[in-house]
Each structure stands twice: as C-alpha cells, then as structure tokens.
Ligand binder design. Sequence first.
Ligand code: AMP
Ligand code: MG
Length: 292
Amino acid sequence: MPHPVIDSPRKISLADFDPDDTGDMTKDEVQNEWLPQFKQSLGQLQELLYGAQQHSVVVVLQGMDTSGKDGTIRHVMSGVNPTGCYVWSFKVPTEEERIHDFLWRVHQRTPGRGTIAIFNRSHYEDVLVARVHNLVTREVWKQRYDQINDFERLLAQNNTLLLKFFLHISKDEQEERLLDREKDIEKSWKLAVGDWKEREYWDEYVKAYEDALSRCGTREAPWHIVPANKKWYRNYVVGQTILEQLEPLAKDWRKSLRQRGEQALAELRTFHEQHQQETKLPPARSKAGKNG
Ligand code: AMP
Ligand code: MG
C-alpha cells in the first residue's frame, strides 16, 4: 500500500500528505477491475473469519465532517454478509455514557470473535471534539492518548484486528461537499448549521487529529492516512487495506475450519453409530424387520 501508515509514535503534520493523491490508479481501473474482485475476496475472507471464530475486526473511520465515513461504509462493505458485520455510529454521549469513563461505551460495542464491527467515529472523538470544544480539561484529554493505546493493546492482544482510517480531505473539498448537499434536497437532511460552525474550528481539528495520529499510531493499532478528496481512491485504499490485513490470517482460519469440520463430522459419526445400535436393540421399536 502506498498510502501513509503510522505504526509507531512520531510527529505527524497533515500538510505533508496530499488529500488529492490517487497513487498510480485510475478511476476506471478501480471501479471496473478492482472493485468486483475486491467484493468477492472480502466476502470470502469474511466467511472464513466468521466460521473460524478466532479473530474479530474493528474498522475505525474518522475524519472531518463530509470526509466520507458513510460513503466508505456503503461502498467498501457492500460485499459483506450482514450476519457477521455491524456498523456502530458514536454520537454525542448519552447521559448514561457521560457519567462513565470515555471507553465504557466503546468497549460495549467491540465485536466478538468472527465478527467485523465498523465504527463510524469512535473513542477518538474524546481527543478530538472533546478537546477542540473544551468538553473536558486539558489534563483529562492529555491522559487519554495513553489510555487509548492501552485499550487498543488490550483488544489487539485478545485477537482483535484494529484498522484505523483517517479520511483526509482538504478544507476546499469540504466546502464543495457542504455546498453540494445544500443544492440537493435529498442530501440536505445530512446538513446542519453545526457543520458550517464546526468548519470554523478546522485548524483546531487539524491539530487535534495530528496529535491523535502522532500518539496513537502503534504496531498493534496503526493509523492509515487515506487521501480522500477522490471518493473512488478513498474506497480503494480502505478496501485494499482491509484485504491486505485479513489475507495473511486466512490460512489459519481455513485450518481451524477444517479442524472444526472434522470434529463436527466425528460427533455425527458417533451419533449415527449409536443411533443405529439403538434402533437395532429393541426389536419392537424397529420397523426395519417389517419393511426391509
Ligand atoms: P454525525 O456523525 O453527523 O451523526 O454526528 C455525530 C456527532 O456526535 C458529531 O458532531 C460528533 O462530534 C459528536 N460526538 C461523537 N462522539 C462524541 C463525544 N465523545 N463527545 C462529544 N461529541 C461527540
Ligand atoms: Mg454530521
């Protein structure tokens, strides 16, 4: 993958990453060649993940308003069986969530083994919006980076794959997308005055994102910086990254599926043998003598 991956803490400046980047791909290639193949591969991998029950997957989507979190979910997950997958959107904390530690509500939504969870926003909001709008004191949000790293390490050590994507758009692209939504009556429901107000805090959000990326990009839970001005390239980077992270595990999943299959078949054989003996034993109950 040619996109930037942060897998150890280091100073990140978003200005170093071009949101217009499209690697060496073209839209035509991605949509006509890559996408159909991708859907099929992801579907197959998910089936193995689901059956093997060894790992769970959390896909974290973060980004400024209009960066395409919903669109990414729609496109990238379209080949996935809904039975083994769910989306959870983290909103302004409820009263009950607010009186707990900030990770309480997140831990409740982490997937069980075999399942993929997509987080539309996440615990990172607690070092983003919470920091930008002073919802908590500086001392409180400063401690949260380490707390997040500890939490993510706990998940990773318990066989959870964490795939964290920052959808990187430019401020100009955001303006265009906000204006587009105003022009389309069927998209306007997504808009709120708050979106334009949040835009005034762009630079503060950039700083907050830079810290989250710098401090919480770890080996266990790397951050992927996704050039997201072009929607088709954004989908490609996210989708391809998910594939590349799951593929190396597929061999183990197949092995485990075969073991589980053998075990199930052995149990069935024993069942059938016992059943046959039982039906032979009491002659009164056996119809075999009469009919066959
Ligand atoms: P949306 O994604 O448009 O449905 O909006 C969800 C809103 O919830 C966004 O404005 C987020 O900033 C806000 N939100 C999510 N998590 C938190 C949090 N932990 N604290 C405060 N606001 C949050
Ligand atoms: Mg919104």
